[in-house]
Design a binder for this molecule. Sequence first.
Ligand SMILES: [Mg+2]
Length: 320
Amino acid sequence: MLNEGSKQKHTVLIIDDSPINIEHLAQVLKTDYNIKVANKGEPGIEVAKSQQPDLILLDIVMPDMDGYAVCRRLKADDKTRNIPIIFITTKSDTEDETRGLSLGAVDYITKPFRTPIVKARIKTHIKLKHNSDLLEKLALIDALTNLPNRRRFEQILKREWGRSRRSQSPLSIIMLDIDHFKEFNDHYGHLAGDSCLTRVAQSLTLPLKRPADSIFRYGGEEFIAVLPETDHAIAMTLAEKMRSQVARLLIPHAYTHTSHPYISISLGAATVIPSSRHSPNDLVEAADQLLYNAKNAGRNCVKGILMPSTPLGEPVSSGD
Ligand SMILES: [Mg+2]
């Protein structure tokens, strides 16, 4: 961050119809920030979208579109929603302030302002934004394995489902878990369990070479991979590679009740060409069922299905 050793300056967008106000603010802020300016609401919104400033200073009283309307538009657009807005205005009664804040502005500065106050508030809000971005990112990462977590999985699956549905391309997911993991934890302890999870997580990422392929920690010892534009044969190959990567770790596990005294995984791979006949949840349930089948088949193996274009067991009806 600026003032904390980084070379990159943050960008502040000033939207104000008064050239004198713009000049004054720019003068005060230009040593610390990159300054973008707009003298009307509409071009201001365009600059906000295209330049993605770190903060917006927004005048309230402007011709054509006032600051409240600009704020409402910025908050309604995904591209600009999270940019902090500070209203700068001569209006100073409480009602105006409340209105600005209720529209989603983070702060309110009244003119005539004192330079150190303006600077301090801008710095604070940019820092808060930076921290909340970081928290949001951290909330999507599993702290132990560093893989994205289940919450992130839900987001990505929804996104890729929509994309695959539009392009009518196959979408595959692989659900897997570590065999006899409870016994491993019980006998070797939770620290060993954590270390095992981390090593397995690492090795699961190795077969995934394309940027769009991703793997998530789904829960406890469960993981799930999302593979866009991946047909069933490729999904099965990737699942088998994951299985062998984990087998190759040769993590001793003497309590598997089998002749195979090492950590292994079981996997279910499901593929579908998304349509209105299925939901993303159907795909997850299919993979989950296959994982269960793999367990029943003796573990350390892959089971897969290419889902039919109609839901399993349901005949095509022309009525809906
Ligand atoms: Mg004005």
